[in-house]
Design a protein around this ligand. Structure first.
Ligand code: SF4
Ligand code: SF4
Length: 186
């Protein structure tokens, strides 16, 4: 290769590098004047989309009866084998029953060490008993603490920012020992 060709190649390389750098910097600089999304959570509330799939809650109906009828469909749909249920019969009259049906979940657990938040359990549930809430704070010290039981999941609903228990649901809401989630749903 002649010296002239080498010089031309070197100049082309310099121009290419300068162009790439200018393109990269233009993206960086274009973001500087825009509004920042950084918030000082948990001192300030953080915005969460309603469609966000966080930790689940087990729901109750207006009478405070558990909606779960222990049909096992959620556990069957779960690809991560994260749900453990033990069902039981409750033949008492409606007013005295735990659930809205004769069957209820004596044990209901979700292992968040396994759960991948796919939402299949929510889709499979015929009674809308299992739902995704918006809690994203799951840091714990041991894997066993990632297994959440029925009492925890039933109380979890009342951490959501836009729900208020009625008279029949208040005793369940009082089981919740944690604060309301410091979030704004968008
Ligand atoms: S969200 Fe998916 S992985 Fe998690 S418990 Fe439900 S079905 Fe299983
Ligand atoms: S949460 Fe729904 S799908 Fe799962 S056992 Fe209860 S009623 Fe059935």
């Amino acid at each position: 290769m002649s010296i002239l060709a080498e010089i031309v190649n070197a100049v082309k390389e310099v121009v290419d590098v300068a162009r790439s750098t200018a393109q990269g910097m233009s993206v960086t600089l274009s973001h500087i004047p825009t509004r920042k999304e950084t918030v000082c959570y948990p001192d300030e509330p953080v915005n969460i989309y309603r469609r966000f799939r966080g930790e689940h809650f087990l729901d109750v109906n207006e009478d405070g009866k558990e909606k779960c009828v222990s049909c096992f469909l959620c556990a069957a749909a779960c690809p991560a084998d994260a749900i453990y249920i033990e069902g039981a019969e409750d033949s008492r009259p409606y007013a005295e029953r735990i659930s809205q049906d004769h069957r209820y979940a004596k044990v209901y657990q979700i292992d968040y060490g396994r759960c991948i938040l796919c939402g299949f359990c929510v889709d499979a549930c015929p009674t809308d008993a299992i739902n995704h809430g918006h809690n994203f704070e799951w840091a714990v010290y041991t894997p066993g603490e990632l297994v959440k039981d029925k009492k925890y999941l039933l109380a979890n609903k009342w951490r959501e920012p836009d729900v208020t228990p009625n008279e029949n649901q208040r005793h369940l809401a009082q089981l919740q020992k944690q604060d309301k989630l410091n979030i704004v749903l968008k």
